[in-house]
Design a protein around this ligand. Sequence first.
Ligand SMILES: [Zn+2]
Length: 118
Amino acid sequence: MTGFGGAARLDRERRTVAAMITIFCRDRHASDGPLCEECSELEAYTRLRLAKCPYGEEKPTCVHCPIHCYQPRRREQIRNVMAYSGPRVLFSHPVLAIRHMIDGRRKAAQPPARVPAR
Ligand SMILES: [Zn+2]
């Protein structure tokens, strides 16, 4: 286990975002168990964006990323999710959340390539 290294970081970001969406959906959409359709679409979208991130393993957390690759509508959705679940994920997934914050201290380098927002 490499801890803070590359692929593990990406995986952690994905899991942190997924955990936040789950909390949001449970509390706001009264979903019990699986995500509602809207939230599972959002989760799939965030996974796709992470997979396509040109930073790859050098990726900063999305909050600090200079590339805003989310569509405006998706960005609005994920902003709502993070505003709601950000503080809560600390209690339900403390290790994940703390490591995510540590990852977030890294500053992004210049983008390696321009990607069109989609
Ligand atoms: Zn939902």
